[in-house]
Structure formats: structure tokens, C-alpha cells
Design a protein around this ligand. Sequence first.
Ligand code: HEC
Length: 265
Amino acid sequence: MSRGDIPTIIDGSNRGGSRGVGEGRSSMIDAWIDSLYRFLSNVGYAHPLHPAFVHMPIGLVMGAFVFAWAALLFKKKALAQSARYCAILALLFWFPAMLFGFMDWRHFFNGAWLFSIDMKLVLAGILLVLQVIGLFLGSKERVGARSLLVVYSLCFFMVVGLGFFGAQLVYPSRAQATPEQYKAGERIFLANCSACHPQGGNVIKPDKPLINSPKLKDLKTFIKWVRNPDPPMPVYSPSKVSDQEAGELYQYVVHALERQKQPAP
Ligand code: HEC
């Protein structure tokens, strides 16, 4: 199958229209977000932004945590001051991390309300509140206060939780190892599909699982579906998943994923 005969809705020409992937999404903001990702992908960056950026707040929350405990342990006020600087920077970086998370969610998950997304929002909200509390508790004269240790430690647990649910979105736990020849397809599946179709199910529409789907009848039917699925499943244009990758994906879904569910006959 050549590229030309696959309908591609995601490219700019159809984007503003009433049909297609934009359905049900607040189209102005999403169109803007999608055009930014399209630009990035044109210059060679086709990945989500949040995972690349999120190390900033995470690292700084860790820094505040470690410095604050070290200050207590070694009775060094300077270390407590370092903890405070980390905490302030961590608070500043909360905002872009959140913005990129929102953009990735709209673009890569089509704004779907997944359990891990809910959990991340709750944890991020608590983290922000804790960070603001820390900002006031740690003002100049109280920079080494014990109560700060509690706040920084709680922040630490929030980012651990955020990391856990972030990983859960990308790498849901798997019961069985995948045979070597399907590893390429598995990678594509984990990067694009598994958040909504963990273990071949469907978290948005449980009655439409990937496993045993009629869309898996043959490769052609499968590619046709991923290029132009029913919303809210996002469209996968050839720039996101090429025909060759779709083929590998198909092999993985049919031979590895389906096998895990039902023992081979
Ligand atoms: C944002 C969530 C989401 C993502 C990501 C997603 N899907 Fe879907 N998928 C859905 C939903 C929702 C449906 C049901 C659509 C409908 O028919 O109403 C669906 C349906 C399907 C079906 C047809 C099931 C049936 O029998 O009706 C297949 C096949 C499928 N998805 C494959 C994939 C593949 C392959 C990927 C990755 C390239 C993927 N999906 C990524 C949400 C998603």
C-alpha cells in the first residue's frame, strides 16, 4: 500500500474543519498545540515535551529534600539555604512542566481522561500547594526550620508518585516477556497505544478492546483504521506511525499481545 491512498486527517489542510480528529476538542487551542508539535516534528523532534522537561522540577524537589536532610544531619545552615534555593526553582519549574504535560495530553492522548492522568493532576495539585507552603515556611529567618523538612519530604513523595503514574502511562506492567521478533512493534505500541489499550483492552470504551477487534482482520484494514479511526481515538498519520511501523505494530498486536490473553490453540 502506498502512502498516497491513506486518508490523512492530521495535516494542516483539514485541521480547522468540523470533521476529523478535532471533533469534541476545543479546536482553537488544540489546533495551535498540534501545529507546534508539527513544527517540532519537522525539525526532527517527534517526541512528547513533558518527559524531557519534567526532570527540572523533579531534580530540584529531590535537591531540596537531600539538602534539607543534610543540613539537619551535619548542622550546616548553608545546606538549608541550598535546599531553599532548590525549592524556589522547583516551584518556578512546576508551571512549564504542567503546561507541557497539558499539551502532550491533548496531542498524544487526545485529551482522554485516563486514570493515570487523574492521579497525576491530583498529585501535581498537592505538590503545588506544598511548594507554596514551603516558600512561606522557609522565609529568611526560619530557613532551617524542622517543619520545612516535613514539607520537602512530602514534595519528594509527590514527585515519586508523579513519576510512577507517568511511567504507568507509557509502560504499563506486563505479565510476560515479548518474543524478540515483536520487540520493535512492542516499542511502537508502548509509545502510542498502550495508555488507552493496556494489555489490549480499552480504558475509554471497554466494549471496544483492541484484542479480537475486527479491525485486526488484515494489515490493510488495520492501517486504514489507525489512519482514520473513530474519535476519541487519535489519528495516526504516517508522520507519527509510518506504514512500516504500522506493519510491525500489527505483527506485535496479532502475534504477541493477543497470545498473552488467550493461550495459543
Ligand atoms: C486516546 C486513547 C487511544 C489511543 C492512544 C489509541 N486508541 Fe485505539 N481506540 C480508542 C477508542 C476510544 C476506541 C473505540 C473507538 C470507537 O469505535 O468508538 C479505539 C478503538 C481501536 C480499535 C478498534 C476496536 C474495535 O474493534 O472497535 C483498534 C484496532 C485500535 N483502537 C488500535 C489502536 C492502536 C494500534 C493504537 C496505537 C497506534 C491506538 N488504538 C491508540 C482509544 C485509543
